[in-house]
Design a binder for this molecule. Sequence first.
Ligand SMILES: C[S@@+](CC[C@H](N)C(=O)[O-])C[C@H]1O[C@@H](n2cnc3c(N)ncnc32)[C@H](O)[C@@H]1O
Length: 312
Amino acid sequence: MTPKIQSAYLAAEGLLDPLLKELDGAVAVHDQLVLSSQPARQAHWAQNIWENPVVLKIDSINDAAKQLKSLQRNWYLYSHTLHRRAKLILDKLPPVNFKPLIFPSSLPKVPPGTFTLLDENTLLASTKCSNPFPNGEAHFVEDKNGPPNRAYLKLYEALTLIGRTPRPGEFCIDAGGSPGGWAWVIQKCGAEVLSVDRSPLSPLIAGLKGISFQKRDAFTLLPEEFQREGRSVDWLFSDVICYPEKLYGWVIKWVESELCKNFICTIKFKGELNLAIADKFAAIPGSRVLHLFHNKNELTWINRATPGGNKQ
Ligand SMILES: C[S@@+](CC[C@H](N)C(=O)[O-])C[C@H]1O[C@@H](n2cnc3c(N)ncnc32)[C@H](O)[C@@H]1O
């Protein structure tokens, strides 16, 4: 008997192996989508997690659309086979806006569900997906002139997912900030930013109001330095290229100091992926560790305070 599918996980392109290592109960893999007999769990390497998907037997395209509409209005498609049939079903459903977002934008309050065709007469559909972007693909209207590189898209995505951006009056640290993509985003949001790197910022970024720069090892920047001056830090960003353990040792000092409220840090991996360190970041109260669409061989650790002051 085929086991009941209780969850499904979409891997980012080229990252199926680390996802499979993280998961128990995988019963089938359809291109990048892993079906599991176990209840949904946080999987760091999943680009989208489908909770409690249902298997629908369909006898026509119209029947498929009717059954999906009876579950909810808005749907995205994950197409891995029978592409034409799947697209014809999608076309029978109410239109959903897939356009690239202009940053900053808010995401839909009720994210669309996702469906896929398993075979000609079988659909798998979930009304509860973890990622509000279609198949986790966070597309933004790009700025070809302002930022010095494409790293800014990672920050666009992380800030859009948490639904909050640095604000005027807030002070941010941008560790490993050169050449300045993240500093450019933070400055555009109206906050003040101190960028720290061994390499300089691009001159255009360095000249922007609200951006300052220190050429130093980011790991020498500790909360005591700010506590002594009676300064608070609203956001700590890091995109430093370093071993995950080194980043962990540094951020934990900041977390324990309770000086900083919000963290967005890239955990970079070289060669063999260390799942244990990702779990260690995830175990810090209030944390999420996820693979962003704009992450490569890296994960993003997000830890943030709610407006009321508690960690979420
Ligand atoms: C991926 S790049 C950062 C890109 C940047 N976030 C942006 O948006 O332009 C990584 C940076 O980490 C810096 N880096 C590596 N080790 C560092 C350290 N110990 N202290 C400060 N910066 C470091 C490198 O010089 C490099 O500029």
